[in-house]
Ligand binder design. Structure first.
Ligand SMILES: NC(=O)c1ccc[n+]([C@@H]2O[C@H](COP(=O)([O-])OP(=O)(O)OC[C@H]3O[C@@H](n4cnc5c(N)ncnc54)[C@H](OP(=O)(O)O)[C@@H]3O)[C@@H](O)[C@H]2O)c1
Ligand SMILES: [Zn+2]
Length: 337
């Protein structure tokens, strides 16, 4: 089989197509013919050499979390899926024995890690991490869900989004951002989002964004959101200076979920404003397999149409990462091995 491997951690030009033996499933494993694998900024961090997870000694490395396709074979002990089933993978890797695996939620697992290996024609995965797909969900749409949509969904739950709430999404045009905007509507909430690009915001408005702010300047954004109204929840995947902006526009008692660091891994925070305003900041990583199953249900019901901006054949995986790096896209980019 062919895989799109990271041969050098130099950015998009470090991706090369190489041959690997096609895997067979071990006990409790399944192998999946990968029809679609969405890419995430997490993969781009690795490819740019900006992740402690992968070092030069690990190369070539096959990334890719968001696998959707058809089960090719299952190993001993797999009961939930069988050959020929259309599936999407929950990329959570958990130990199954720690306190959080026993009591939930599973994404708090003390040994939490993520599956990598979807940027390939065939992926070997844990059988019990596969979610079967209804016939009317396309694999490209399904591949959009596991990381971006599940993360945004879990964050909306962490900020307790509800009907008529206002949810603020700084950097609303990427994977987590678009998912946050679309899913806020399914909670009955309104959204305000930012982007550097008017054109991308126009597209986002057609996907349900209620209030668009074209700016990357923290002060400008703070003023523009304040004009719309105090917000009930913030989905913060940017970090950096945007954390304080989010706190500034939060209503008293409002909540911010943080999942990322695209604009900076540290933030300076006004402590008196935090405690005098009774504001809450919560960390959030991925979601549960149950969250992914609920999202598949929303797509099946027609309540959610995952936004896929572009599909790329396996040999153009590097171009997909270049598009992400250049901030060209709205929503998800999907490789179709
Ligand atoms: N903890 C978790 O479980 C988890 C899960 C998923 C993602 N994440 C994290 O969440 C973040 C988003 O991931 P993603 O896959 O959605 O990324 P993505 O698709 O690349 O996000 C693109 C968005 O980020 C904005 N952006 C990019 N660079 C920026 C910068 N330097 N300053 C301000 N805005 C910038 C873009 O704004 P423009 O519209 O202006 O281009 C766009 O709205 C990443 O940090 C990722 O690691 C964490
Ligand atoms: Zn565990």
């Amino acid at each position: 089989m062919r895989v799109a491997a990271f041969s050098e951690l130099t950015g998009p030009d470090g991706v090369s197509i190489i041959d690997r033996p096609t895997p067979d499933p071990g006990p409790r494993e399944a192998v999946v013919d990968v029809e679609a694998c969405a890419i995430n900024r997490h993969d781009l961090w690795i490819l740019e050499g900006d992740s402690a997870m992968v070092e030069t000694d690990d190369l070539p490395f096959v990334s890719g979390l968001d696998v959707a396709g058809t089960v090719r074979a299952v190993g001993e002990g797999v009961t939930g899926v069988r050959e020929g089933d259309r599936v999407v993978l929950c990329p959570n890797e958990t130990c199954g024995t720690c306190r959080y695996c026993r009591e939930g939620p599973e994404n708090l697992c003390e040994n939490f890690s993520l599956y990598h290996g979807g940027l390939a024609e065939v992926a070997r995965v844990r059988g019990d991490r596969l979610v079967t797909l209804p016939d009317d969900i396309e694999t490209t749409a399904a591949a959009a869900l596991p990381t971006a949509y599940t993360t945004a969904y879990h964050m909306l739950r962490r900020v307790e989004a509800g009907p008529a709430d206002l949810v603020f999404v700084p950097g609303a045009t990427g994977g987590v951002g678009v998912a946050g905007v679309q899913l806020a509507a399914t909670f009955g909430a309104h959204s305000v989002g930012t982007s550097s690009s008017r054109e991308k915001l126009d597209r986002l408005e057609s996907l349900g964004l209620d209030h668009a702010i074209e700016s990357t300047d923290p002060d400008e954004i703070r003023d523009a959101v304040a004009d719309i109204g105090p917000v009930d929840g913030v989905l913060n995947h940017l970090g950096g200076a945007y954390t304080q902006v989010g706190l500034d526009v939060l209503r008293r008692g409002g909540r911010m979920a943080v999942c990322g660091r695209t604009a900076g891994g540290t933030s300076e925070v006004d402590i008196p404003d935090l405690f005098l305003g009774h504001k809450r900041v919560v960390g959030s990583t991925m979601g549960t397999q149950g969250d992914l199953e609920r999202l598949v249900g929303l797509v099946a019901d027609g309540a959610l149409v995952p936004e896929v901006d572009g599909t790329y054949p396996l040999e153009e995986t590097g171009a997909a990462f270049a598009a992400m790096q250049d901030r060209e896209s709205v929503g998800k980019l999907v490789v179709t091995p």
